[in-house]
Structure formats: C-alpha cells, structure tokens
Ligand binder design. Structure first.
Ligand code: EPZ
Length: 439
C-alpha cells in the first residue's frame, strides 16, 4: 500500500457546474465476475467494453494469471484463456484484498478438485461475511474446511441442490450460479439476487453453453451441463458510474449526457431523480441528466435490485445536501455504510445518523446498534476542506462535495476511487470541473 500511486489525491476548486458529455465504462461488478466464469472453459473468451484500467479488474486478472490463465488486454478488449489450471491456491495478499476471489471456488474445484481461497475480511462498509456462499457450496457437495488464512474447498464433482438464500446476496448468488453449472442435475437458488450484473453473467454463461432459467419470483434454476465453450461478450455499462455522475451533475446545477447509460438498469434511480425535482431525458445514445429547479427532499431506502441501490446512496446523499428541506435515507443492505459522513461534516454538511430504521419498514438491522439511517438537512453551502476517503463510493461522493463546495478541497486516498472508476479526474475535467490528481 506504499507505492506513490497509493498516496495520490485530488485537489478540487469548487463552483463549476458540470456540463458536457462523457461515456460510461463497462461495469466493474460485471466484468470481474465474467473473468472468473471464463475459467469454466479451456477455450478462449473475449470481453468487449472491459474496464481494463480499474484496479479491481487488474487484481482479478493477476489472480487468474497466477492460477494459469493467459490474458491479453488491449484498450477495452480483454482476452482470457485458461487451458490448464496450474495452481489452485490463491495468493494471500491478492485474494484477501477483493471479494472476487471467493467466486473462484466453483471453477477451481471443477477443474482441480480443490481450491484454497483467502478468507475475505470485513471492510469499512460492514462485516461482509460469506456464510451464504459457504452454505450454498456445501449444499452442492463441496467439502469446506478453514485454516487461519484460507478456506479449503474440495470435491470430486458437485450435485444439484435446492438452496434458499436468507438474503438475496449478489456474491452468494453468483458463487452458487458459477459452481452449479457442471453440478449433476438441477440446482434451484431461491431468494436469489437478480441485479443486472447477475443477468449479464447468466447471459455470458448461456452463450458458453449453460442452461439457466430466471423466474420472476427470484428463483434461478440451473440445469447441469457437461462442457462450456469459449465465446465473446460485451460487458454491460456501469450503472453505478452513471448514478454517480448523474448526482454530480445535478448537485452542481449542471447538465450532462452520459453515453451508453441504459434506462432498463436505472429505473428506480430515474424515478427518484424526477421525484426530487431534477430531470433526465433518455436520448439516442444514452441519458441526459440536468438540474431544473430547487431540489425537493425525499425519504428513500436502499435495497436489492430493482430497489434503490446501496452503491448510489453516497452520491445521492451529497446531492441532497443541496435540497430544500430534510431528506431521510435508510440503508438496509450494509450495516455500516454511513462511515463517510463524519468527514463531510468538515465541509459543513448537516447530516445526522440514527441506529433506528427511519422512514421505512424495519430492516434486518432494526434491533442492532448500527447507525444505518441518515437525516440530511439542506440546502447547505459546502466549504472546501481536506478529507480522507474511506471506500470507493464514498470517494466519488467526496469528489462531488469538492466540485460543489466553495474554495479548495483536498481529497486524500485516490486509490479507493481507482478501484472502481476509470480516468475519474479526466472525466470530471472534461465536464468542466477544476480538479487535478497529485502525488
Ligand atoms: C456486491 O457485493 C457488490 N460488489 C457491491 O458493490 C454491492 O454494494 C453489493 O453487491 C450489493 O449490491 C461486487 O459486485 C464486487 P452482497 P457483495 O453479497 O456481493 C450480506 C462497490 O462499491 N451477506 O449482496 O459482497 C452482506 O454482509 C461494492 O462496487 C451475508 O450476510 O454483496 C451485506 O450486508 C461495494 N452473508 C449484504 O448481504 C453472505 O454470505 C449484501 O451483500 C453474503 C452477504
């Protein structure tokens, strides 16, 4: 963590409304899973619109190359072929730094009979356990042991099973989905997550030769097949990047077009934007987002798809510091996703946190002490300050705060933003923001 790029930060002189056009990158939360799924075949797979510059994708490709994959990257194309798995133990430092490594359990067990995967740690947004992944893999017939550092998965072929998730976890759904492709018979995942990134993964697996049904009642049914083949696939555009820049544009009283943004994946965000008095327009090649009049407060709660996504919460909160009145945000996906608020107070934001479920029905954190509801008072004139980024989405929201604040802001910890956004400073600059990255 001590390389110069890890120390880089952003200096922003606030006050410019964002105007212009940007193109959204391919989705990190899809591309990384597609790369993992490609290990289910010995053939070559090609991904277009791959966000090759983002750090989480680079960590994923590094892990796969250490397992035996040959990877070539050119501009936005990524080719991967894993003729042979040469090692099924994932490097401790790399594997524990990402939530992606655990998804390799299925491909490694299928091709090597064994997988040793670093135990993913909690992070600043919550404890993020993987119990649902482990329970699901066990139900498919995987033997799972644990030592101080790794989970050890072993099986000589998996068997289809009925798996009911207590919570529609994105990662657990993906893990079970990938692992069950070659399981004998039928696997039924009930209460599955159905995020657009999961549908993208299913589309890729289908092209490779899998048989997967998606029902309207959160049931995914996988019929085991014997072999998958190489194919090519275009990664879906990153709906989180769209939401982030949409909030940035509106908060700055600007007007931007985000090329390649897809309406289907953003329906709840678009409704919310209109409800608070801002506007959008679906155009030929993307979506235009613009400020129209004073923003109105709202009560929202984050949820699994098709609800209001937890990764949109942070940029949305910054935008709502500019609304006329009191906004309530109830976070129901992660228990600690408001950790970023304290630093914002240095810029003058008036946000109070509560450990109760405000504005909605009780969520699974109702009887906990976690501060998972926020009351955002607006409008607030934010003032430039020096603040430290705690995580990816919070990082983007601090950039928005810097862009709309009076004076200069120093935002430390660019490395967090680089995990999930490509060329972020260049994109903001092209929209007219006065921002520079410094070491
Ligand atoms: C994915 O994380 C995304 N990450 C997250 O994006 C996103 O916020 C999240 O889905 C929700 O949409 C990637 O795709 C790499 P979950 P994931 O399993 O799969 C609990 C970003 O900024 N849970 O749906 O880890 C968990 O603790 C990131 O791009 C269990 O209790 O999310 C959390 O409270 C951040 N047991 C909730 O479920 C489990 O076994 C949602 O987690 C698994 C999860």
């Amino acid at each position: 963590m001590n390389s110069p790029e890890n120390n880089s930060r952003f200096i922003i002189k606030g006050g410019n409304p964002l105007r212009g056009t940007i193109k959204v990158a391919g989705a990190k939360n899809s591309a990384t899973k597609l790369i993992v799924a490609s290990l289910l075949t010995k053939d070559k797979c090609t991904f277009y619109n791959s966000p090759n510059k983002i750090k989480d994708l680079q960590v994923t490709t590094k892990i796969c190359s250490l397992l035996g994959s040959k990877i070539e990257v050119k501009d936005k194309v990524l080719e991967i072929q894993t003729k042979e798995i040469t090692n099924a133990c994932i490097n401790q430092e790399l594997g524990s730094s990402t939530r992606i490594a655990i998804l390799l359990a299925g491909p490694l067990v299928h091709r090597f009979g064994k997988a040793e995967i670093p135990i993913p740690g909690g992070c600043r947004i919550g404890s993020r356990p993987v119990n649902l992944h482990i329970d699901g893999l066990k139900k498919l017939g995987c033997n799972v042991q644990m030592n101080d550092t790794h989970y050890i998965f072993e099986a000589d072929g998996l068997k289809g099973a009925e798996i009911n998730l207590d919570f529609p976890s994105v990662g657990a759904t993906e893990n079970i989905l990938i692992a069950s492709i070659f399981a004998k018979g039928k696997t039924v995942i009930s209460n599955a997550a159905v995020e657009p990134e999961i549908i993208d993964l299913i589309k890729f697996l289908q092209k490779m030769g899998a048989i997967i049904e998606v029902r309207t009642d959160r049931k995914i049914i996988i019929e085991g097949v014997k072999r998958l083949y190489g194919t090519s696939h275009r990664v879906i555009p990153d709906r989180n990047e769209v939401a982030s820049f949409a909030c940035a544009a509106i908060a700055s009283k600007g007007d931007i077009i985000i090329e390649d943004a897809i309406q289907d994946d953003l329906i709840t965000l678009l409704n919310t934007i209109r409800r608070v008095g801002a506007e959008y327009q679906v155009v030929e090649n993307g979506i235009r987002f613009f400020y129209k009049c004073k923003l109105r407060p709202i009560a929202i709660e984050t949820s699994v798809h098709p609800g209001f996504m937890t990764d949109w919460q942070q940029p949305f909160v910054i935008m709502m510091t500019q609304a006329n009145g009191i906004t309530i945000v109830h976070e129901t996906v992660y228990e600690k996703r408001f950790g970023y608020v304290e630093e914002l107070k240095k810029m003058g934001a008036e946000i109070e946190l509560y450990n109760t479920c405000l504005g909605g029905l009780p969520c699974r954190f109702a009887s906990s002490q976690y501060y998972h509801s926020a009351v955002v008072k607006g409008p607030t004139k934010l003032k430039g300050a020096e603040i430290n980024i705690p995580d990816l989405r919070a990082g983007f929201s601090y950039l928005i705060a810097g862009v709309i604040a009076e004076g200069e802001s120093i935002i430390n910890g660019a490395v967090y933003i680089d995990r999930g956004y490509e060329d972020i400073d260049l994109k903001f600059q092209s929209l007219g923001a006065d921002i520079k990255r410094v070491q």
